[in-house]
Structures are given as C-alpha cells and as structure tokens.
Design a protein around this ligand. Structure first.
Ligand code: SF4
Ligand code: SF4
Length: 72
C-alpha cells in the first residue's frame, strides 16, 4: 500500500477528533459513522499523508492511530 499513510483502528477511536484538528495536511476527517462503542470515528481521506506523526501524538487512545512512514 501507498506510504506514508495513516490507519485508524475504528473500534479504538473515541471520536474526540483531536487528530483531525492536529493534522497539518488536513487529511483526516470525521467518518460520520458510529463504531460499536457509539463514537463517531475519524478516518483517513486516503491521500496526502506525509507521515509526520502529529496525529499519533495528539491521540489520547493508545493504539487507535498507526502511522506508516515506509513499507513494513
Ligand atoms: S484523536 Fe484518536 S480517539 Fe480522537 S478521533 Fe482521532 S483517532 Fe479517534
Ligand atoms: S501522519 Fe501527519 S499528515 Fe499523516 S494523517 Fe497524521 S498528522 Fe496528518
């Protein structure tokens, strides 16, 4: 898959949307959908991530965001 990119684990997300506000490239958005916990989870728009990791550090939920800077 294309890198850099970000993955958000839907069921770990608590819908605070801090990552959306923090992303300098504005490539994260609200999904508009509820996960099984009842939170409106964030999602990657699918293009434009630069792998900076700011979303990862802004997220209060361990494991909700994974940033891929290179293929692994
Ligand atoms: S910062 Fe974390 S918990 Fe908050 S919306 Fe983004 S992925 Fe979800
Ligand atoms: S790694 Fe950086 S550019 Fe990519 S989604 Fe997170 S904050 Fe945005």
């Amino acid at each position: 898959m294309k890198v850099p990119r970000v993955e958000i684990r839907i069921e770990e997300c608590k819908g605070c949307h801090l990552c959306i506000a923090a992303c300098p490239k504005k490539v994260l958005e609200s999904s508009g959908c509820l996960n099984n916990q009842g939170y409106i989870y964030a999602k990657y728009k699918g293009d434009g991530c630069i792998g900076c990791g700011i979303c990862f550090y802004s997220c209060p939920e361990p494991g909700a965001i994974k940033v891929f800077k290179k293929e692994n």
